[in-house]
Each structure stands twice: as C-alpha cells, then as structure tokens.
Design a protein around this ligand. Sequence first.
Ligand code: UDP
Ligand code: MG
Length: 316
Amino acid sequence: MSTEAKTVSVVIPYLNEEEALPVLYERTCKAFEALPEEVEFLFIDDGSRDGSFEWVYKTAQSDPRVKYIKLSRNFGHQAAITAGMAHASGDAVVTIDADLQDPPETIPDLVAKWKEGFEVVHAVRTTRKGETGLKKFFAFAFYRIFKKITEVDMVSDSGDFRLLDRKAAAAISQLREHHRYMRGLASWIGFKQGSVLYDRDPRYAGEKKYTFKQSFVLALNAIASFSGTPLRLIFYLGGWICALSLAGCIAAWIYHAHYGHPKHIGTVTLAFATLFITGLQMFCIGIIGQYLRRVFDEIKDRPLYLVQSDNLPPSR
Ligand code: UDP
Ligand code: MG
C-alpha cells in the first residue's frame, strides 16, 4: 500500500433518504476533520422519488468534493454499490449505508486499519439497535449457515459497511456477476483482510428500504452464488430415497413370502407418501430452478446498472 495515499472515497448508495443525507454528510465531514486524508463523496441515487437527489445536486454545486451518479431507475442496493466502486477515484473506497445505521464516526477506525496495511477492512456489528427480534434472528442464523456451506472465508455480521483499498475495489469491479452479494465478493477477492468492531445504530429516519422479500432474495443470491451445497444435498437426498424405497420393497417382498398379504395396504399412508415425494421433487426442481435462473441472467449479460446523469470528470 502506498504511504502517500491521500483520498478516501465514501460511496453512499441511497433510495429515498432525504432526511438522513444532510446529517450523514455533516457527520462524515466532521469525521474527516481529524484525518490527514481528503474525502470524496460519491452519492449513488438508486431511483429515489423524494427530494434526495435535489439535495445531492445542490450540495455538489457548493462542495467540489461531492460527486454523484444518478441511476436511470432502482437497480437495487448491491448494483448501486457496484456503480460507486467502479467510479470512485480514492486510494481507498468506503461503502456506507445512507440511513446512518453505520456511524460515519467509525470511518477513521477503518482508515487506521487500512494504514496498518489491510486492504479489505470489514466493519463488524457488535450490536444492532432498532431492529426486530425476527430480523436479528434471521441475520444470525443466515450468517452461520452461510459460513458452513460456502468455501469462502466470510466474516459474519458484517454488512455493506467496509473499506477497500484501491486495488481491492478494482478487483471487485472486475467481477460482473449479476446476482451480486457484495459482502461475499469482498471476502472472495482475498487480499489482506481485517475488521473493526462497531455498534449498529437505529435508522435515522424513514422506513427501511429493503423489504423482507429483498432481504430473502439477497440471502438466496448469497447461497446460490457462493455454494453448490443445495445441489449436492438434493443429489444425496434423491440417492437416499431410492435406496430406502428399494430396501422397503425388498422387506415387503420378504414379508409377503412369509406371511402372505398384509391386511391393510394403508391407502392414506400411500396417498401422503406420494404427496410428500411429489412436493419434495417440486422443491428440489425449485432449487435447481434458482441456479438456472441465475445462469439465464448471466447469459443475457445485461449491464448491472444504467447511468442517467453524473458529475464525474469525463475520464471516469
Ligand atoms: N438502498 C438502495 N437501494 C435499494 C434499497 C436500499 O440504495 O433498492 C439503500 C438504502 O437507502 C440504505 C441502504 O441501501 O442506504 C440499506 O438499506 P436499508 O436501510 O433499507 O436496509 P437494512 O439496513 O434494513 O438492511
Ligand atoms: Mg438500514
């Protein structure tokens, strides 16, 4: 890592965060006052319909450190982060949520770790305030299951608040897969990885923008893009069901040879067994479908996002 590194880009993807953005900007400016590095703000508008973009646009007129990219519609948080990372010019790139759940005051800790020589610095949540018990439970379970079934050495409890050295950011920008799980990719690229701890605050204002469905899809993307375990499991499951039913047939045949016809054939049991196996088959096909859908999207190879306007220099 170069010791003359001077600029840190702060990438802020946002969707309708007009109340939080000015406060985030103020607090981030303050956090950088104590640092020798310059800050570059890179706001990514992910299809906002409130006054967020107007505020960013206005602020960019008075502060040359403020850059923005306005996407042509809502492409999703992960695509917005990707856009930011691809166009950030800093020697290091910090990605942070716009809703102030990730406190900007933690940025100096990330920068300090970077200066120690770490090229990917994950901010790891010690506590999560203002989130429902169910969300915490799902998040806790997900990170642990994910860690078990993937080959990537993932950091648990780290969201999309992290710092990447320029080299690491360039490496991630090369990965153009469509169903992106950025925290997985940030671990997958390797380099020297480190982490700092922080307390996650409640959202500053407004509603959360990730619906339950979006969070679920993100979890599916994480698993489908980093693990073949579900495919392997259904392969084994199918094998076991075949083996067990064959054993059952042989047992019934022996029983029949010794004792003649069993009295009850058990129609209900049979009906349920059939339903169960049919359901199981559909579920397994569904799992394969999840992978196939992703293959389909990769083959189409559409751009990950489209830019409507920006104030970047022409070279970027
Ligand atoms: N976000 C975005 N596009 C989306 C959804 C969310 O840019 O389609 C932004 C949102 O404005 C926020 C960050 O992603 O800055 C995290 O979203 P949210 O706070 O809703 O997620 P949570 O913290 O609940 O996981
Ligand atoms: Mg949030």
